[in-house]
Design a protein around this ligand. Structure first.
Ligand SMILES: Cc1ncc(COP(=O)(O)O)c(C=O)c1O
Length: 409
């Protein structure tokens, strides 16, 4: 009965609930989930590192560890990141990206403060940011990422309404849900606006290593450092969820020393440390040179799945349907004619044994669109992708016909 207002008004991520109702249905082809394919988990090589992390390092790893993170892991992360001048005090090991995003928000936000995000964005992060006390407002994005002019307008609007904006949350590579990668020109413009208004940028990049085609773009953090010698505006969050397995709950945050120290203070009051055995096992995994081959293996595994989805959409989807063409990640985003509500088509699709996530679930409150959907290609097989896209195309063609019949009546 004494639950706090925060608890009682906290939003849940509808995504989990929707994915759950598509599971366990015989014959279902699901593009709904956001899970890595378990085939990609490095079970054998990781289990060896876990064994060593207990057998050889157990006196250390079964003990309470430093809240800042395992020193050996941080040494490996410094090598991986290869950021000039980066020190261990600018890295905090976290229990995945969500944990980092929550602690960063707690560090910066007082109740009522505003956080801006791409619209649409990853609902799991938005609800974590809201649970940490922020009001999340969306900024319109296009195929190159957030539109800088809209960002400026949002900031001006908040200023007029006396709302304090603390930071901008972005997913720059193979965004969840759209698959879009923010262009370099956009990144530079967005950094300039953030610096002008004195707000931070929280750069969440769990998919960057999953590039199957094309060449990479420097991170927001690198660009801010190279162009403005600014190591303060951008905090970069990375995760091992999509390259090793989300079950190990391992990620990290790179920021200036003061921000890391404040976030670490939140760590001390919540989880104390991230699981020390897992940290050491991951450190050993990287030190043994197993990470690069693992990433190559995943890329080789997902590349044909993305290609199959792009080819199947091209072959089966009717005109007036468009979709993004990501070069990596796990998702793409489809837009159908405005009169079609993908929340409604979802119910019919389920009967036809094909599932996706309605796009409406990915917008900050108040800016929902109902004619979009997220399609995941990391979980289904190539064969399932072809069959599932054909089923979905049939449904959408039917929905378009129904709308046009309704209009001509
Ligand atoms: C953009 C984005 N951020 C964060 C997460 C959560 O990652 P983690 O498992 O590291 O908490 C996800 C997971 O799907 C994601 O897509």
């Amino acid at each position: 009965m004494n639950y706090s207002q925060t608890t009682l008004t906290m939003k849940s991520s509808m995504i989990r609930e929707l994915v759950a109702i598509t599971k366990g249905v015989p014959g279902m082809i699901s593009f709904a989930g956001g899970f890595p394919n378990p085939v990609t988990f490095p079970r054998e090589s990781l289990s060896e590192e876990y064994r060593l992390a207990v057998d050889e390092d157990g006196a250390d790893t079964l003990q309470y560890g430093a809240s800042e993170g395992d020193e050996q892991l941080k040494r490996e992360l410094l090598k991986l990141e290869n950021e000039p001048g980066l020190t261990p005090n600018e890295i905090l090991v976290t229990a995945g990206a969500t944990h980092a995003i929550y602690m960063y928000t707690r560090t910066f936000v007082d109740p009522g403060d505003v956080v801006l995000s791409e619209s649409p964005s990853f609902l799991g992060s938005l609800v974590a940011i809201e649970a940490a006390g922020a009001e999340v407002l969306g900024v319109d994005s296009d195929n190159e990422g957030i539109i800088p002019a809209r960002l400026g307008e949002r900031l001006e609007e908040c200023h007029r309404l006396n709302k304090r904006v603390k930071f901008l949350y972005v997913i720059p590579e193979f965004q969840n849900p759209t698959g879009i990668t923010t262009s370099e020109a956009r990144r530079l413009e967005i950094i300039a606006v953030a610096r002008e208004y004195g707000i931070g940028i929280l750069e969440d990049n769990p998919y960057g290593q999953l590039r199957y085609f094309g060449t990479g773009i420097p991170s927001f953090r690198t660009l801010a450092r190279e162009k403005y010698n600014d190591r303060h505006t951008v905090t970069l969050v990375k995760s091992f969820s999509k390259i090793l397995g989300p079950g190990i709950r391992m990620g990290y945050m790179i920021s200036d020393e003061r921000t890391i120290s404040h976030c670490c203070s939140w760590m001390q009051k919540t989880t104390v440390t991230v699981d020390c055995v897992s940290q050491r096992a991951v450190a050993r995994f990287i030190a043994a040179g197993k990470l690069e081959p693992q990433i190559t293996r995943i890329r080789d595994y997902y590349r044909p799945q993305l290609q199959a989805m792009l080819d199947a959409l091209q072959k089966f989807m009717p005109a007036n349907v468009s979709w993004t063409r990501p070069e990596g990640g796990m998702f793409l985003w489809m837009e159908v004619p405005e009169k079609i509500n993908t929340d409604e088509v979802f119910v019919k699709a389920r009967e036809l044994k094909v599932a996706y996530l309605p796009g409406s679930k990915f917008y900050p409150s108040g800016s929902e669109h109902y004619n979009t959907m997220r399609l995941n290609f990391s979980y289904p097989t190539v064969e399932q992708i072809w069959i599932g896209v054909e089923r979905l195309a049939g449904l959408i063609t039917q929905a378009i016909q129904e709308v046009s019949n309704g209009q001509s009546r």
